[in-house]
Design a protein around this ligand. Sequence first.
Ligand SMILES: O=C(O)CCC(=O)C(=O)O
Length: 268
Amino acid sequence: MNHSAQRAKDRHETHFNYRQLSPEELDTYADQGFLVLDDVLTEQGVAEMRDQCMSYWSAQKEGYDPDGSWLKNMLLDDAHHHAPIVRDYYFEGPLVNFAEQLIGPNVKGVTAQLTFKLRGNTKRVHWHQDNVYGELAPYNAITCLTALDKSDEANGCLWIAPGSHKDGQRRAGFTEEERTALIEIELKPDDSNAIPMPMEPGQCLLFSCWTYHRSDGNNSKDRDRRILFIRYADADAVEVYNNNRPRLGRVVRGTSRFPEVMEFETNL
Ligand SMILES: O=C(O)CCC(=O)C(=O)O
């Protein structure tokens, strides 16, 4: 085994905690549209994930720009290309088991990005469904947010509207330019039962592509709120906004009927 393969193997044992979702968790997900999963990363895993993600972030981003979009201030794509631990976690880590249980035997990874709300970033993220920003079909994609910091209402934790996935797909009517620029939308779900989702480092908040969520700004003076955002979909999922072309993403379980998907990121 070469050096990097050995390091990846070691990481799986010391940095990640593997398990399956219980029948009760599967019922809760079906009913509520979300789950909170403890200790998906170990303490060592959180420390290394934070270090590698922060190096990528610092190399790419400048400080908070109050006039900048959320894209500029909060989001950084393709973390798995730059941080080996993200690659291992995204392609082979414990989330893949959960994705297989919730999506089915054929699964691809469709996003691995940093959503960092560093101290001073007081911008809020409005209510939305992730499948409004890039509609994928079938409608069983999941978002997995892994906390790298403690998050609470003061530093901009997520809020969820439980059961809101049952409303189904909403559409923003984006033009192609608006969609690629990730123009922010504000949907209006019934949020009368909305709850904050404080998280501990290493926990994962997992939700359906239809679950409404939002977050406030980071109003704390001295605490960052860093999250690794990963999304999985059916390996045959297509981009509805793109003439139903197959979404490219590395197959992490099973197989895809699309050869370009089977090949995607296999050398990473
Ligand atoms: O990180 C946040 O505050 C918002 C994240 C988000 O909107 C998302 O997970 O789609």
